[in-house]
Design a protein around this ligand. Structure first.
Ligand SMILES: *[C@@H]1O[C@H](CO)[C@@H](O)[C@H](O)[C@H]1NC(C)=O
Ligand SMILES: CC(=O)N[C@H]1CO[C@H](CO)[C@@H](O)[C@@H]1O
Length: 732
């Protein structure tokens, strides 16, 4: 196509108001510099010297980190696509797309949820014969396999229904829960039928899950189950591979006589002695196996809880890859991670609102967002380690795999690709596929792709493309953030560190963008010093901030006001609520004093050679009791995690300090005036920790803090106060 008549398949817009934002940021920076100056000039010679230096270091860190975070706000861009142009030009030549769904535990990730995700992606608005759906089951669970088998039957009814009535979303469970009343009588009748089929399938799957057993007649009928004969445990079994729907087979039809997508179940071989490399290992096995079955040029990766909420997402993503002018340099298209079960004021701040609505658009302005492991479309070539070159042209019209082998023969011949030994002397996990040895394999893989010269794209449409399940307890939230932040810090220290490996390979803005996340754990020390030092010194009447009447008070006041109004504005603009923002601030604090602290310490221990990578899944189901508290936005503490001990101890320490001061000075306004900022800080901490005090003392339900923890935290906090009283040199 000539360039005159060229109409692009996508459009990129710069954010409005960038100049205003930059002025605002410059004024903040001026304020921060003045604070630094104040700290350096006024270091006390006696009382409070150490505390002062602690705050100086913390403020230095906060200021520098704030600078780093500006990269993701400096130059945001927004993308939109023209799907009609895509259809006009390429409807006949659309590439094959392979979809990888990863699951790892039938208890944490119930089979019925997994098959709903699978069904939602099988029903994409896309030529079904060009779709290949692969489920990787790292638990090698017969139950999940059984559920997928059921789904393969149900899909024959479900896909034609979706296409006929153009329904959204295409996860059956969600669709039925949203659809109750239809005006069209025809559709109403069909809805009733299909819903009945679904309920029956659901019953069978859930019964099997509950009993932990597959119905006898199914075992006889489906030969695939014989692959479990040699299965000894989820950590020790042969490759299990089953092509449930073979797209090459002319008989693979739905009830209306249209082609069905290929559907494959894979549990790669596992042996106790072989490292299996978690999700990265599973993805790499899928890449190899799929290359011999459907070999789609584009690979979509979704987590098993993330159903597709928009049947056009493939077409949206293809608008980027297939754009004649700019498409050649794009390696992956990342959608945000959105969630279906976020409560209104998001008690655990798990919607990641500001990251998806603000920061990722900023990263996109500097070369593209990170790959976050779900909701991401890749070129198969780049995922396999291809370097960028100007002459690269993707061959969309690939030869599809033509073999005379039956599905069964093919299956047997491919098992080797998913065996433990296969990767032995290859570059898999290193130069090829997803990288091994990092708890956030996705981020490091995306980074290395960008370092090979590719760009990525962030697409955040109003109708969300993928919806997953967010953590519903405090502990899950904190543990998840520990894993993320620890992984990100490891990337910073790894061979692929954005800081040195990225230098010269990706833009400086993007390096800073990555550092925003890689430096998360380091925030813990500065935050701890800010939570402990000012309160403890307040208790002993030692001021650490300028008095209200001093001109140095101004930069503090300005930075605090500007920072928090900016953050509030950002949060509301991203679609949050006022209370949601307040909750977000609380989780901000909790994450920094626990998740990031543990991530930081574990990383140090690992550097010294004491511990190993582990991967903890976050649960996707919760007890009735816990769910109710979640929906009522009441914080869940049940259980005694060391993280809770830290939170509770910090909260108690702060409470004692405030009570101590009030007792000591009563209503002497002079004291309050000289220490206004310190008191403000202590009071804000008191308020933000509110749910902790409730959990420690006031609540009676099962989600409260255990008594042992209450006692422990009170004792620890008392010891800290006593130490500072009886050994005043500690504070000197
Ligand atoms: C999911 O899709 C439905 C149906 O199209 C839409 O109404 C809803 O707004 C979407 N959800 C989100 C969070 O965008
Ligand atoms: C829509 C949805 O799946 N909501 C779930 C969110 O999480 C709670 C607690 O686990 C469940 O009870 C909801 O069903």
């Amino acid at each position: 196509m000539g360039s005159e008549g060229y109409a692009p398949l996508f459009e990129t817009r710069r954010a409005k108001g960038r100049f205003l934002y930059r002025m605002f940021a410059a004024s903040m920076f001026l304020g921060i510099c003045l604070i630094w100056a104040y700290r350096v000039i006024h270091i006390p010679t006696e009382d409070g010297r150490w505390g002062w230096i602690g705050l100086l270091l913390a403020e230095l860190w906060f200021g520098l980190y704030w600078l780093v975070t500006q990269a993701s706000r400096w130059n945001p861009i927004y993308r939109s696509t023209f799907k009609d142009r895509l259809s006009q030009r390429y409807e006949k030549d659309l590439p094959a797309v392979d979809i990888f769904v990863c699951t790892a535990d039938p208890v944490i990730e119930p089979p019925i949820m997994v098959v709903n995700t699978v069904l939602s992606v099988m029903a994409y608005d896309y030529p079904q014969e060009k779709l290949g759906v692969y489920l990787s089951d790292d638990a090698g669970s017969e139950l999940t396999f059984y559920a997928l088998l059921e789904a393969s039957h149900f899909s024959k009814h479900w896909i034609p229904y979706c296409k006929k009535f153009k329904i959204e979303p295409r996860s059956p469970a969600v669709y039925f829960s949203l659809t109750s009343h239809l005006h069209d009588a025809d559709q109403a009748k069909e809805l009733e039928l299909i819903q009945k089929l679904y309920e029956e399938m659901k019953d069978r799957i859930e019964t099997a899950t509950k009993l932990g057993r597959i119905p006898e007649e199914v075992l006889m009928e489906q030969k695939g189950f014989s692959q479990w004969d040699s299965f000894s445990s989820r950590h020790d079994h042969d490759t299990i591979l089953q092509i449930l729907i073979d797209g090459r087979d002319p008989n693979a039809m739905d009830v209306e006589g249209s082609k069905l997508p290929t559907l494959v179940y894979l549990a790669r071989e596992k042996r106790p002695k072989h490292p299996h490399n978690f999700k990265a290992g599973a993805m790499n096995a899928l890449i190899r196996v799929s290359s011999k079955i459907s070999n789609g040029a584009i690979i979509l990766n979704v987590d098993c809880d993330m159903y597709s909420n928009n049947s056009h997402s493939i077409r949206d993503a293809l608008c980027f890859f297939m754009d004649e002018e700019k498409g050649q340099e794009i390696a992956f298209v990342q959608y945000p991670q959105n969630f279906q079960n976020i409560t209104k004021n998001e008690l655990y701040s798990s919607s990641l609102r500001v990251i998806s609505e603000v920061e990722f658009h900023g990263l996109d302005g500097y070369g593209g967002p990170m790959y976050i492991g779900t909701g991401c479309f890749h070129r198969r070539d780049t995922l396999c380690g291809r370097k960028f070159s100007k002459d690269y042209r993707n061959e969309w019209k690939r030869e599809s795999i033509k073999t005379e082998e039956s599905a069964h023969e093919l299956q047997e011949s491919l098992k080797n690709l998913a065996s433990c030994r296969y990767e032995g002397d290859t570059q898999w996990g290193n130069e090829m596929g997803l990288k091994y040895g990092c708890p956030v394999e996705d981020v490091i893989t995306g980074l290395s792709i960008q370092c090979l010269g590719w760009k990525s794209v962030y697409l955040n449409p109003a109708q969300k493309a993928f919806l997953g399940v967010a953590p519903t307890t405090l502990e899950q939230t904190l543990v998840q953030h520990k894993r993320w932040s620890e992984g990100d810090l490891q990337i910073l220290l790894s061979k692929y560190s954005p800081a040195w490996y990225g230098l010269g390979r990706i833009s400086p803005g993007l390096i800073l963008g990555y550092c925003t996340y890689c430096l998360w754990p380091l925030n813990s020390l500065a935050t701890l010093s800010y939570c402990i030092v000012p309160s403890l010194y307040l208790l002993h009447g030692i001021p650490l901030f300028p008095q209200v009447s001093s001109p140095w008070f101004l930069p503090f006041a300005y930075v605090i006001l500007a920072k928090y109004s900016g953050s509030l504005a950002e949060f509301l603009w991203s679609g949050g609520t006022l209370l949601g923002w307040w909750n977000d601030q609380r989780i901000w604090l909790f994450k920094r004093t626990t998740s990031y602290l543990f991530a930081f310490m574990d990383t140090i221990l690992r550097l010294l050679g004491f511990s190993e990578t582990s991967f903890i899944l976050t649960a996707k189901v919760a007890d009735e009791d816990v769910s109710q508290r979640y929906e009522g936005e009441m914080m869940e503490f049940g259980g005694s995690s060391p993280m809770f001990t830290i939170l509770a101890t910090l909260a108690m320490l702060n409470l004692f300090c405030v009570v101590g001061v009030v007792k000591k000075v009563g209503l002497d306004m002079e004291v309050y005036k000289t220490m206004a900022l310190q008191i403000l800080l202590a009071v804000v901490l008191l308020l933000i920790n509110g749910p902790l005090y409730q959990g420690l003392f006031l609540r009676k339900d099962n989600g409260k803090m255990p008594w042992s923890l209450t006692v422990k935290s009170v004792l620890l906090a008392l010891v800290a106060c006593a130490c500072s009283t009886y050994f005043p040199f500690l504070l000197s």
